[in-house]
Design a protein around this ligand. Structure first.
Ligand SMILES: [Zn+2]
Length: 193
């Protein structure tokens, strides 16, 4: 009985880890982050940031491709090895695929979305236009909102998700936090407070 439970948990954790590889590892290479200030400092809103949001979105969707790995091992395990191990892998992979599909339909669920990139671009455009908040706008994305550091105006209340920078809270703690939150911001939107 305990064997079955531990095999199931092992399979589930394996599948969870594999499917999070893209967004936890790929963007965190040093050369990928030279244009950004270190985590968790605010990030200046420019083309680099918008591109990073789109990259994070791509890694988020890449998880579906990575889900094929535990689906395959799960199938092999169900067929030739431990059924509970295979079932654990299948349960998590199928859950992930379902989760991404609902995110695709509602587009509200994803930590990074095209809508988010468009909103950042609109803030950028407004800062470059005559309707800017002040004469020298300097928009940065802080933890809960995009603000201008020159005049202090709140340009958009939008909690900042993980942006793929190496985490300041340490490799292991940062890793665990990302595994648990899937990159979503932990703070609530300021408007809701
Ligand atoms: Zn301003």
């Amino acid at each position: 009985m305990w064997d079955m439970i531990s095999n199931f948990i092992f399979g589930a954790v394996f599948a969870h880890l594999i499917t999070r590889i893209p967004f936890i590892t790929f963007p965190r290479l040093k050369t990928w982050n030279e244009q950004f200030p270190p985590h968790p400092e605010p990030i200046y809103v420019d083309g680099h940031l918008i591109q990073r949001v789109l990259h994070m979105r791509m890694f988020y969707w890449l998880a579906i491709i990575f889900a094929i790995i535990p689906l395959f091992f799960g199938w092999a395990s169900l067929r030739y090895g431990s059924a509970s191990l295979g079932f654990g892998m299948w349960a998590v992979s199928c859950w992930l695929i379902l989760n991404r599909l609902t995110a695709f339909i509602s587009s509200e669920n994803a930590p990074w979305s095209k809508k988010m990139a468009i909103e950042l671009q609109m803030i950028r455009n407004e800062c470059d236009s005559e309707q800017s908040c002040c004469s020298i706008p300097h928009p940065v994305w802080q933890i809960t909102a995009v603000r201008c550091t020159n005049c202090g105006m709140n340009l958009k209340s939008m909690p900042r998700p993980d942006l793929g920078r190496p985490r300041k809270d340490g490799k292991i703690r940062g890793f665990v936090r990302l595994l648990l939150t899937d990159g979503r911001p932990i703070v609530a939107n300021e408007d809701q407070n």
